[in-house]
Design a protein. Sequence first.
Length: 343
Amino acid sequence: MRYANNPILTPRDLAPSQESMKIECLLNPGVFRFDGKTWLLIRVAERPEQREGEISFPLLDDANRITVMRVPSSSPELDLSDPRVISYKGSDYLTTMSHLRLMSSTDGVRFVEEPGYGPVFGSDAYESYGIEDCRVTLLEGTYYLTYTAVSANGVAVRMRSTTDWKRFTDYGLVLPPHNKDCTLFDERIGDLYYMLHRPSSPEIGGNYIWIAESRDLRHWGNHRCVARTRKGMWDSARIGAGCAPIRTGEGWLMIYHGADGDNRYCLGAMLLDAADPSKVLARSDRPIMEPSAPYELTGFFGNVIFTNGHIVEGDRIVMYYGASDEVICRADLSVREILESLK
């Protein structure tokens, strides 16, 4: 059930990171409980204020400072056909640069930024185009952040950890390009840690969900393909995991996103084997949630529902999601009802 007063956050609810920037979109928050509150780690996408006759976009320089590249809008070497990507002189750039912003709530619907908990920015050349779509997993008393690091080198998975949300340990890139949609399981299975991830193969293969395992959270191996796209269905073009799968009496319940050839993003579910989560026991034939509300159908990039964060309270899944690549929303789902839909 969608929250009646969606969206709960829009770009005008936050201030940009600096005066020269404008927030275009809020997207796909990681979600966690900390200090008795619900927290969102929101992807904030910014760009410079646009001037007539030019296209400008942000980059991170070698000193980790945001700089602006400006291109005449009349340039024949400029391709603006995708609102998310700028192609110029044979190179691709993002129209916006994303960082992560922490916001907390005592009631799960009204969120504020708290003093002392600063934003999380890109830190080096592998994050020079920004950091995106962070999943947060509480594992053995430590919060692990797995997110997408974007640069001219490609799209990769990076990991940081924290116990207080003020000091972070940087693990660097844990998966090389092209990879994203990475989430950790929130407990060990046997003596192994597990992650889901989404490598991309545009020529042979596709955008499929894979699983990997580790003994130390730093070195990952035994990669196996868990699920593939399905021709002619709602998840025919690409799929990717949401956040940490939910342990149930029937196995691990994973909410995932799928997109079709028209870039329409919906949510579905998979049930993974409790002892061997590389085995899919069941999968949604139809979406458990699809774009239908006005704020999901139109926006920066319409027809999109995308989640990588939720909190489980008994049977209830309190899910936070990005809609139309622009605003943040909430919906409450039932574990039991999703499991029933998979039978």
